[in-house]
Design a protein around this ligand. Structure first.
Ligand SMILES: [Zn+2]
Length: 272
């Protein structure tokens, strides 16, 4: 497969499944053309780990700082203070992963909503982009986001929703992250049509590794763990769906991600 420079905007390199071979995983990703990776923080602990990993490869690895809705039941009043401290790191390019997950309901919904709103407020205070998770919570998610988000850009990561949901997100000015879900011949079919409706300046790609291994890979990994090198499969499938060359889609999604996360440019932040 020819390699194009691409950016994985959501990879859980702080996940325990990468503990023993993270350096090799990163090296394989770079060899495959994934020149930049944004490591997802899903709790205070994984956000800290994500930042530590990112600091080992400045300008190539970056991190988000946030608490996933699954973890919102563990939030306290200190959590936002801690996230604010973590977000001051040069490695941090977004607040999140945060949002609502009414599919698993691992945390009570009122707590999910409270800490989602608090993280939107933090992103606004720091003028940083939002990295968002939404599952089976579209209407409530939109209500909270409309009420609390004012000016910061935001991306719905791992979008798998309906046409109506996509239209609503695009109308709200959101960016859309597409994962290997699109490579799934059972569940991803509707997404293959929908991606044509996403403007290229709002479209980015991600693996969400170690989750969501692309199902259309001819050589599947033995342990079925996804890794950032497999972003090339997401790119290829997406390009096929759009009827465009991979090189073109690589260029466009890389440009969009570079601008969205302000990679390689000074990131002016509001000091309060
Ligand atoms: Zn997520």
């Amino acid at each position: 497969m020819e390699s194009h420079e691409i950016i994985d905007i959501g990879v859980n390199l702080a996940h325990r499944s990468f503990h023993s071979d993270r350096k090799e995983v990163i090296a394989r990703a770079i060899a495959a053309g994934v020149r930049t990776m944004i490591i997802t923080g899903t709790s205070l602990a994984t956000s800290e780990t994500a930042i530590r990993i990112a600091r080992e490869s400045p300008n190539r690895l970056f991190a988000t700082a946030g608490v996933h809705p699954h973890d919102s039941r563990n939030c306290t009043d200190e959590t936002v203070t801690e996230l604010r401290r973590l977000a001051a790191s040069d490695a941090v390019v977004a607040i999140g992963e945060c949002g609502l997950d009414f599919n698993r309901d691992f945390s009570p919904r009122p707590l999910q909503e409270k800490w989602f709103e608090a993280q939107i407020a933090l992103a606004e205070e720091l003028q940083m982009p939002l990295f968002l998770h939404e599952r089976d919570a579209h209407l409530r998610f939109c209500e909270i986001l409309k009420r609390s988000r004012k000016s910061v850009p935001a991306v719905i990561h791992c979008f798998t929703g309906t046409r109506e949901e996509l239209r609503a997100y695009l109308d709200m000015g959101l960016h859309i992250g597409i994962t290997g879900w699109i490579c799934d011949e059972r569940r991803g079919l509707h997404l293959r049509e929908l991606v044509k409706e996403i403007p290229l300046d709002r479209l980015m790609i991600e693996t969400d590794a170690p989750f969501l291994t692309p199902r259309n890979m001819s050589m599947k990994p033995k342990d079925s763990r996804n890794e950032p090198a497999f972003l090339t499969h997401v790119l290829k499938t997406l390009a096929d769906c759009l009827g465009k060359p991979s090189a073109f889609v690589a260029l466009e999604t890389t440009r969009t991600a570079t601008e969205f996360f302000r990679i390689g440019s000074q990131r002016p932040r509001k000091k309060s």
